[in-house]
Structure formats: structure tokens, C-alpha cells
Design a binder for this molecule. Structure first.
Ligand code: CDP
Ligand code: CDP
Length: 225
């Protein structure tokens, strides 16, 4: 059966990584969470106080960043490593979510991340989720999915995920962060979030995880036979 590239783009917290992970497991494909790469770059920029308006400083910082995904046998998922340090937990913190879309809008940052994503894709048999994967990173991907879900459903899903690690966080704060990122991601100049013309839309507001998997597997099967 032929190996393909599957791209999953869409709004914040609608379940892109969840679907990508489900598919990768079913198909024995590699799953790449491209958002984790932008989050790790953001962590480095904040730790090192990199000024986004200083092009030379941005380039120097990027040259010092080494990103890798390392499989974690305990969780069964890949963790994001920044310069050989596991940052999987650190990059999910709220202050990273508050800054990531600004960092991700930078041209040099995007060039850096996209080059690495394309390299990973050379081997095919991958599912990558993000914002510009079907439009920019892999415009020739065999299957492109554009995900969306009702904003209140998305807030509830994200709130449940972050409440334990962010004491005192409210649903309103989560909603503001999702809305802010969706706005910045959709309106930036370079590779804004938008549906690729040939992407299939998946609105999972009212779908269980099992139902969404059944649906996307049908789409995959139509393309790998
Ligand atoms: O929190 P959520 O899982 O929705 O987002 P994420 O996938 O972790 O991505 C975090 C942020 O990285 C997004 O809000 C975008 O600003 C940026 N991003 C991007 O610009 N392009 C991508 N391909 C993936 C993420
Ligand atoms: O990657 P993205 O930010 O789009 O979302 P995610 O990190 O996959 O998080 C989505 C959350 O919604 C997870 O906690 C899932 O368990 C949950 N969920 C889902 O993904 N799909 C459904 N049909 C129902 C719930």
C-alpha cells in the first residue's frame, strides 16, 4: 500500500493533534506536531530575550536552536526536545500560548521551521498538523484535512487540558487566548491559516473521537488503494 503525506490544519484546539495521532497509530505513520516546533522556538526566544525586531538577533538565535522529536515509551507519544532538553511540558504553559503566534509570524522563524518540516516529509508516511501544512509546507500532499469546531466546544476541550498545570486559570482566559491566536494566525502576512482549496473540511463539534477517526480513515483509504 502506498505511503502518503497527510496534512491537518485548522483552528486552535479543535483536535488536530488528536486526529493526527489517531491516524499515525492506525497507519503506522510518523506524527509531527508542527505547533510544538513553534512553541519550542518561542520558549527559546523568551528565555534568551530575543528581540523580534532585530533581524540579526533572530538569525543568531535560530542558528543556536536544535529541535528534535524523541519517542517517550511511558506516554507512547513523541516529546519535543530543544537543544537536547525535553521541553514537552514547558511549551504547553500559558505564557508560551500567549506569545507563540507573534513569534510564528516572523519570516525567518517560519523559514527555519518549514525547512525542517519538509525534510521530515521526504520519507512520506507522515501526518503533520499545524496551520500552513497543506497550503505551504506540503502543497502536493495526497490528503489535506482542514479542521474546525465550535469555539465554545474548543474552549471546553482546552480548558480541561490546561487547568491542572495552570492553577486558577478561567475558561474566559482560555477563550481569549484561542480567539487571539486564531486572529493572529489567520491575518499574518506569511502563510496565514486558511483552508487549502483541495482540503476536506472536518467539523468535529459533535463527533466523538471514534466517529472522527472512522471518517478520516475513509478519506485515507480512498487515497492509498
Ligand atoms: O494550541 P494548539 O494545539 O491549537 O496550537 P499549536 O498547534 O500548538 O500551535 C501553536 C501556534 O504555533 C499556533 O497558534 C500558530 O501561531 C503557530 N503555528 C504556525 O504558525 N504554523 C504551524 N504550522 C503550526 C503552528
Ligand atoms: O491540536 P489541536 O490544538 O487542534 O487540539 P488537540 O491538542 O488535539 O486537543 C483537542 C482536545 O479535544 C483533546 O483533549 C481531545 O481529547 C478532545 N477531543 C477531540 O480531539 N476530538 C473530539 N471529537 C472530541 C474531543
Amino acid at each position: 500500500m502506498k505511503k502518503i503525506i497527510i496534512t491537518i490544519d485548522g483552528y486552535s484546539s479543535c483536535g488536530k493533534s488528536t486526529v493526527a495521532r489517531q491516524l499515525a497509530k492506525e497507519l503506522n505513520y510518523i506524527f509531527i506536531d508542527s505547533g510544538a516546533m513553534y512553541r519550542a522556538i518561542t520558549l527559546y526566544f523568551l528565555q534568551n530575550k530575543v528581540n523580534l525586531h532585530d533581524e540579526a538577533a533572530v538569525n543568531t538565535a535560530l542558528a543556536a536552536i536544535n529541535l528534535s522529536f524523541v519517542f517517550n515509551a511511558t506516554t507512547g507519544k513523541s516529546d519535543m526536545y530543544l537543544n537536547e532538553v525535553n521541553v514537552e511540558i514547558a511549551i504547553r504553559e500559558m505564557y508560551i500560548s500567549d506569545n507563540v503566534s507573534t513569534v510564528a509570524a516572523d519570516a525567518a522563524v517560519r523559514e527555519f521551521a518549514v525547512a525542517q518540516q519538509r525534510k521530515i516529509g521526504e520519507q512520506k508516511g507522515i501526518v503533520m498538523d499545524g496551520r500552513d501544512i497543506g497550503t505551504t509546507v506540503f502543497p502536493n500532499a495526497e490528503l489535506k484535512i482542514f479542521m474546525t469546531a465550535d469555539i465554545d466546544v474548543r474552549v471546553e476541550r482546552r480548558y480541561k487540558e490546561v487547568v491542572a498545570a495552570n492553577a486558577g486559570i478561567t475558561r474566559e482566559e482560555v477563550k481569549q487566548n484561542l480567539a487571539m491566536r486564531d486572529h493572529l494566525d489567520s491575518t499574518r502576512a506569511i502563510s496565514p491559516l486558511r483552508k487549502a482549496d483541495d482540503a476536506l473540511v472536518l467539523d468535529n463539534s459533535n463527533l466523538t473521537m471514534a466517529e472522527q477517526l472512522t471518517l478520516v480513515l475513509q478519506w485515507v483509504n480512498e487515497r492509498i488503494q
